[in-house]
Write a protein that binds this ligand. Structure first.
Ligand SMILES: O=C1C[C@@](O)(C(=O)O)C[C@@H](O)[C@@H]1O
Length: 145
C-alpha cells in the first residue's frame, strides 16, 4: 500500500475561521476527512501533520524518509521564506505536490515567490480547499504509473 503524507504549515490549523474570504469555511478536520474518504476508496494510507513551527515541519519531513511515497505540502508562509524547509525536502528525496488554498499569484507580490515550487512535482493554487483533493487524486495516479 502506498503512503502519502499531508503536511500543513503555520496558521493552517485555523482554516475555517481564518480569513474565510481567502481560505473558505472548511476546517482542517473537514479537509482531512474528505481526503481520508478518497484514500479509502483508492487503497492508499494517509498521515496528517500540521505544525506552526519551521523546525517541527522540518523534523516531520525528516521522519517521513523511508516510510512515505509522496507528500502533499501546504507550507503556508514558509513557502515564501524557508530555505531550510526546501533543503529538508531535497534531503529526503520524497516527491511532493505544493498546495495553496488561495491564488497566491493574485495576492501580494511577496507571495509570488516560492522556495519550493521548482522542486515540486507540481503546484496547485487558487482552487480553494478542493486543491488538497485534486493533489491527492494526482498523487494516487502518479504513484501507480
Ligand atoms: O498561510 C498561507 C496560506 C497559503 O499557503 C494558501 O494556502 O493559500 C498562502 C500563503 O501565502 C499564506 O502565507
Amino acid at each position: 500500500m502506498k503512503n502519502i503524507a499531508i503536511i500543513n504549515g503555520p496558521n493552517l490549523n485555523l482554516l475555517g475561521t481564518r480569513e474565510p474570504h481567502l481560505y473558505g469555511s472548511a476546517t482542517l478536520a473537514d479537509i482531512s476527512a474528505r481526503l481520508d474518504g478518497i484514500a479509502g476508496k483508492h487503497n492508499v494510507a494517509l498521515s496528517h501533520h500540521q505544525h506552526n513551527g519551521e523546525g517541527a515541519l522540518i523534523d516531520t519531513v525528516h521522519a517521513l524518509r523511508g516510510n512515505t511515497d509522496m507528500i502533499i505540502l501546504n507550507a503556508g508562509a514558509y513557502t515564501h521564506s524557508s530555505i531550510a524547509l526546501r533543503d529538508a525536502l531535497a534531503a529526503v528525496c520524497i516527491p511532493f505536490v505544493e498546495v495553496h488554498v488561495s491564488n497566491v499569484y493574485a495576492r501580494e507580490p511577496f507571495r509570488h515567490h516560492s522556495y519550493l515550487s521548482d522542486q515540486a512535482v507540481g503546484v496547485i493554487a487558487g482552487l480553494g480547499t478542493f486543491g488538497y483533493e485534486a493533489a491527492l487524486l494526482f498523487c494516487i495516479d502518479y504513484l501507480h504509473h
